[in-house]
Write a protein that binds this ligand. Structure first.
Ligand code: NAP
Length: 299
């Protein structure tokens, strides 16, 4: 249990509701900032403005999945008020206070470093990334259905990258009856693709692989679908780019050529916010329990 722990949840979207539920179930004292418009009340959670938080007593701070923007602003779907996280605020917290975020940026990394506080990026963890690939795949299937006039079954699909998302996407489209080819650069990935019953190719051969592609799904966070590659694709091809912003596609050239290319970030939060929230809540709950078990004193 998290009895005696003071945890502030600062901003966020529907996914944080599962986190709040989990933390209150575990008996933490939870402070909610940026949730004034949330109608639901949770036993053990109180709504407070940032300036009214008992900052010197906080054991952990939970940020939205996206972390902060480059000015420290937090997304607050349940509030019209601005919530800005600063280095000065973090310096007021106890030394052991840990900051949890989905992803981070230079601003967040910098202020936590300057304040000498630990920052945990949940989406860097394999378990979170693998669980999160499940709603990502479902969102990708939804997009493929919405943006094509043919079935996935029997279609020519290329998946780029065999990481945590690429593997799940390739397997699911294969399961739906698509002819799936997967591009990777490591020989062990090529071997794994073959073992999965899919058609592997080395990324250096991408240009020669796209002539009949109908759906091209990118998971590589690097400019991979260049103008040269797009110029070899049929104009009816649908590109779904799952890689983090700005994606791996030359969107300007795709538009010029009339190839539909969609950058599709944050699919878990869109298609399955409850599940996506539970994934974060479960891992976060365990991390906080481990932290508490590692010598933190409770009153
Ligand atoms: P991952 O496990 O790190 O996989 C990334 C893949 O990209 C690996 O196969 C990696 O191959 C390859 N790669 C990276 N840089 C490359 C380069 N320069 N050239 C060629 N291949 C390269 O990451 P992931 O968890 O699968 O996530 C993939 C992307 O999807 C990330 O950008 C993530 O933020 C994003 N994502 C999006 C959503 C959404 O809703 N759209 C949801 C979850 C994740 P090597 O092993 O050879 O490096």
């Amino acid at each position: 249990m998290l009895t005696g722990m003071n945890i502030a949840v600062l901003g966020g979207d529907a996914r944080q509701l599962e986190v709040i539920r989990k933390l209150t179930e575990l008996d933490a004292k939870v402070y909610l900032t940026g949730f004034e418009q949330l109608a639901h009340a949770y036993t053990g959670a109180v709504k407070e403005k940032l300036e009214d938080l008992p900052v010197k007593e906080l054991d952990a701070i939970i940020l939205p999945v996206a972390g902060t923007n480059m000015e420290g602003k937090l997304d607050t779907i349940f509030s019209n008020m601005q919530v800005i996280l600063t280095e000065a605020f973090l310096k007021e917290t106890p030394e052991h206070c840990t900051i949890y975020s989905g992803i981070s940026n230079d601003y967040l990394i910098n202020i936590t470093k300057q304040a000498n506080r630990k920052l945990v990026q949940l989406f860097e963890r394999d378990d979170v990334a693998i669980y999160n690939s499940i709603p990502t795949v479902e969102g990708t299937i939804m997009m493929a259905i919405q943006h094509t006039d043919f079935t996935i079954h029997g279609s020519n699909v290329i998946v780029l990258g065999l990481g945590r998302v690429g593997m799940s996407v390739a397997r699911a489209f294969h399961g739906l009856g698509a002819k799936v080819q997967v591009g990777a650069r490591k020989s062990e990935h090529i071997a794994r693709i073959e073992e999965m019953g899919l058609t592997p190719f080395h990324l250096s051969a991408l240009e020669s692989m796209v002539e009949n592609v109908e759906i091209c799904i990118n998971t590589i966070p690097h400019k991979i679908i260049t103008a040269g590659i797009i110029s070899r694709m049929p104009s009816r091809t649908l590109i779904i780019d799952l890689a983090s912003k700005p994606g791996g596609t030359d969107f300007r050239y795709a538009e010029k050529r009339g190839v539909k290319a969609i950058l599709a970030p944050g699919l878990p939060g869109i298609v399955a916010p409850k599940t996506a929230g539970q994934i974060i809540a479960n891992v976060l709950g365990q991390l906080l329990l481990d932290d508490l078990g590692n010598g933190r004193e409770t009153p």
